[in-house]
Design a protein around this ligand. Structure first.
Ligand SMILES: [Cu+2]
Length: 451
């Protein structure tokens, strides 16, 4: 079915000028596919929520449509603020409407297969979360692979068990440095450099007094020399001087874990900040004799920032900007290597009454984190990753330097979603947020919503 330009124009005019209900029942005009999006505030963001059909209940749903198809998007204003919906690739734009329950319509015809986007053009709203994808046609294997590229984010649940009460021993740590294109954000990829294909690298867990042998292998596909500097090491460069390793080669050294604490490790090959921003950091925990107090849940989270040539939000494979790094002007901030690592890819969960421990570190390379969990109070903060003294009690926000750590513990007392953030909250808009979902019965002595 083809529309003549005049007929199409007439139909569009009729639809855009008619109330929403009339539009969908207009007998002279019928879109091939219709979607309904309701605007809402969810999880601290502005979003569209799908209504009806396959997209029902989905946040910023992906709209899948065939090639050469007339598509209608109904937008219902669900939160009362001023909104619209635009699809620039199709030169289509709805009216802006405000007031809860008001509505607006967008109509366009798709062309060839590809990945496109819809968003709200009211200033700030796209950045605040109001955008989604329009997938036209059946993407081929190549396109699919480029859309769903490798996930390099390290699961916060992936860390070795507690050391417990064992005595000191010999321990081996094996690291492999790699350079891989991976997922950074929805529709956005970046060439990361990693330890063991993960960001952060593996969580290394040893005991004070252990003799640790580190073997560092640089993947033969690498284009750079890499190395490792453990902050838990006493010795030249924390190991970096003897581990500058060429592609395809292996270097190793041994060290005695002299001091307990939670320490950062990172690549220390010039330009060091470049290697760190690209993802080359991780944590090593040196437990004191007797181990750490028992908790129900442990999580491993690290913060980093990325300096891309392209502005935040641009799709495709992004490139590194030396100028932005030297100016310390990041485009992205990430927990565990991707903007959605701790909101979509991995689910951090606990039950009411459980104690939670977060091993938190900042790879950086430059930004200090004001680490905070929205809706919680840290019962204990082992400030700067120091495990030798008494922790601070009852803390809201704790400052963590680049190349520094903290260990926080708290009991979860009330069900709901708790957000891990850096309280420098502009960074949340650049990707820095994680969810901790707590399930269980609400105790209305602790918190009680009123009608
Ligand atoms: Cu490196």
């Amino acid at each position: 079915m083809k529309f003549s330009p005049l007929l199409l124009f007439t139909a569009l005019f009729a639809v855009l000028s008619a109330p929403l209900l009339a539009a969908s029942t207009d007998s002279e005009y019928m879109a091939d596919m219709t979607f309904t999006l309701r605007t809402a505030v969810a999880e601290g963001k502005l979003v569209y929520i799908g209504q009806g059909g396959e997209i029902d209940g989905q946040v910023n749903p992906t709209l899948r449509v065939p090639e050469d198809t007339l598509v209608q998007i109904n937008m219902i204003n669900g939160d009362g603020a001023l909104h619209d919906v635009v699809a620039e690739a199709f030169e289509a734009r709805s009216d802006r409407v405000s007031g809860e329950g008001s509505s607006s319509v967008l109509i366009f015809r798709t062309g060839k297969a590809g990945e496109f986007f819809y968003w709200c053009s009211v200033p700030g709203h796209r950045a605040a979360g109001m955008e989604g994808r329009i997938l036209v046609g059946e993407p081929g294997a190549e396109a699919r692979a480029s859309i769903e590229s490798d996930d390099l984010s390290h699961s916060p649940m992936d860390l070795p068990p507690a050391i417990g009460s064992r005595s000191a021993q010999n321990v081996s740590v094996s690291l492999k440095t790699t350079e891989k294109v991976g997922h950074l954000a929805d529709g956005t990829r970046y060439k990361f450099w990693t330890f063991n294909d993960q960001i952060p690298g593996p969580f290394v867990r040893v005991r004070q007094g252990d003799r640790v042998t580190v073997e560092l292998h640089n993947d033969k596909a690498s284009t750079m020399i890499h190395s490792v500097d453990f902050h838990a090491v006493t010795g030249p460069g924390g190991g970096a001087e003897v581990t500058q390793v060429a592609p395809g080669k292996t270097e190793s050294f041994a060290f005695l874990a002299l001091k307990p604490g939670l320490y950062v490790y990172h690549c220390a090959t010039p330009m060091v900040a470049h290697h760190i921003t690209n993802g080359m950091y991780g944590l090593i925990l040196v437990e004191p004799p007797g181990g750490l107090p028992k908790v129900d849940k442990e999580f491993y989270v690290m913060q980093g920032e990325l300096y891309t040539t392209e502005p935040h939000g641009q799709r495709g494979e992004l490139s590194f900007s030396l100028d932005k790094m030297l100016d310390e002007q990041p485009e992205y901030y990430v927990f565990n290597g991707a903007t959605d690592a701790l909101t979509k890819t991995h689910r951090m969960e606990a039950k009411v009454g459980e104690t939670v421990r977060i091993f938190f570190g900042v790879g950086g390379p430059n930004a200090t984190s004001s680490f905070h969990v929205i809706g919680e109070i840290f019962d204990r903060v082992y400030h700067e990753g120091s495990l030798s003294g008494e922790p601070l009690k009852d803390v809201q926000t704790t400052s963590v330097a680049p190349g520094g750590t903290t260990m926080v513990e708290f009991q979860v007392d009330y069900p709901g979603r708790y957000l891990l953030v850096d309280h420098a909250l502009s960074r949340m808009e650049r990707g820095l947020v994680g969810f901790l979902d707590v399930s269980g019965e609400p105790d209305h002595d602790i918190f009680e919503p009123h009608e």
